[in-house]
Write a protein that binds this ligand. Sequence first.
Ligand code: URA
Length: 239
Amino acid sequence: MNLATVELLRYLRELGWSDVELPPPSPFVSASPVASPAPLPPPAAGGSAGEMLAALAAQLADCRRCRLCEGRTQVVFGVGNPQARLMFIGEGPGQEEDRLGEPFVGRAGRLLDAMLQALGLPRREVYIANVVKCRPPGNRDPQDDEVAACRPFLERQVELVNPQVIVTLGRVAARHLLGRSEAMRELRGRWTSWRGRRVLPTYHPAFLLRTPSAKAEAWRDLKEVRRSLSLARGEAGPA
Ligand code: URA
């Protein structure tokens, strides 16, 4: 079965067609999280989160740990408040992100921004990163070894930002961060945890652009995130 057909079947599954059968996973793609390669050395003590994130970004700037370096224009590290209480994790840079060096700046990013704005959480107050920092050719799914090569950097980003809540955007981020392979329809809106942090999976904004009828559920998920952050602050949760 060719890649386009597999992608179409996955898309139908995301839409909730649970009787669509996906081909068995290839031996190179497992549903469980991939073991991390050698961990990064601990960050130099004494810097602020922002300084340590900048140092980490500098370390990655000429990364050649996987084949994605061959087609990228630049590494797309992450953006936002280094001390954000809320972190979003997407899949990987697309064409616009690769060109501009910032995650979620294309059409999907503009939808994410609009939802954040409507929620009263401007983009500059959250932190946004991806499971892989270089654009997969043709926006294909990142492969397991590519995610594994990038994973120590994502883990360090999470440690440094130290968010109270993580929102994973879409199937690829949920699968690679949480090791979950269920359809997004089943995963979304259900709290889970990763290394002691609260995580809420929701739909990827690119999926919402293709499937506007799913926006209401994504909106509910983001309101739930805002409620959780408000409660953690001891504020009365907004409706
Ligand atoms: N999709 C993603 O998952 N990440 C981006 O940065 C852009 C689009």
